[in-house]
Design a protein around this ligand. Structure first.
Ligand code: GLN
Length: 233
């Protein structure tokens, strides 16, 4: 519903089933670390933002086509995406991990995935990494889902053997399903999240970067880290 938002509001796209970065509350409001952070950045710089829930793999085309102004969706800054869009300064470190069922025995890390069924969220760094592994014969098969919650449900149901996904989000699913999911091995690849915008929007880019700087300086950033990640690590 964005009828109450001002006409000048920037439209922010997010895939809102990626806790704790973006999710919905019981009333259907989009909440999470990225949402609070971008709201704080907007407050600090006089920008107005409204959020729109969409598929993760629609974000880059929507930014390129001008349908949304900003992507705030746990989006990793990658060389491939940097050819298509711009990113703000990085605001958090992530990286990929392998998750398996809580009682799984044989898989102790990415090297044990030969012949195994792996689930990923389409259009993500986890999917790209898994495609490399598949091409190299290091996993058995790959199943794509529009969001990670569904991929994790497949793991809980035993329909796949592993999920490759970002560490902080996987940790949140592990915490939510104690004993049913576990992380095996170390981080496969580390990366950083940034807010995504179209190329050529220099003013918006510098406003967002300035906002990030202000929010870090004021202590708001650390307060958000504490709010959303106090139980992780
Ligand atoms: N960080 C990963 C990526 O950028 C996953 C993001 C997500 O699923 N929201 O591809």
């Amino acid at each position: 519903g964005g009828s109450s938002e001002g006409e000048g509001a920037l439209v922010v796209g997010t895939e809102a089933t990626y806790p704790p970065f973006e999710m919905t509350d019981d009333a259907g409001n989009i909440i999470g670390f990225d949402i609070d952070l971008l709201k704080a950045v907007a407050r600090a710089t006089g920008l107005e933002v409204e959020f729109r829930d969409m598929d993760f793999d629609s974000l880059v085309p929507a930014i390129q086509g001008g349908n949304i102004d900003i992507g705030a969706s746990g989006m990793s800054i990658t060389p491939l995406r940097l050819k298509q869009i711009d990113f703000s300064d990085p605001y958090i470190e992530a990286g990929l991990v392998v998750a398996v069922g809580g009682s799984s025995q044989g898989i102790t890390g990415v090297d044990d995935l030969k012949g195994k069924r792996v689930a990923v969220q389409q259009g993500t760094t986890g999917a790209a990494k898994s495609e490399e592994l598949l091409a190299a014969g290091k996993i058995g098969s790959l199943k794509y889902f529009p969001n990670v919650s569904v991929a994790m449900m497949e793991l809980l149901n035993g329909a796949v053997d592993a999920v490759i996904n970002d560490k902080p989000v996987t940790q949140a699913f592990v915490a939510k399903h104690p004993g049913k999911i576990k992380i095996v091995g170390g981080t496969l690849a580390s990366d950083e999240y940034g807010f995504a915008i179209a190329k050529g929007r220099e003013e918006l880019l510098s406003q967002i970067n300035e906002g990030l700087r202000l929010v870090k300086e004021s202590g708001e950033f650390d307060a958000l880290i504490a709010k959303y990640f106090s139980s992780a690590e």
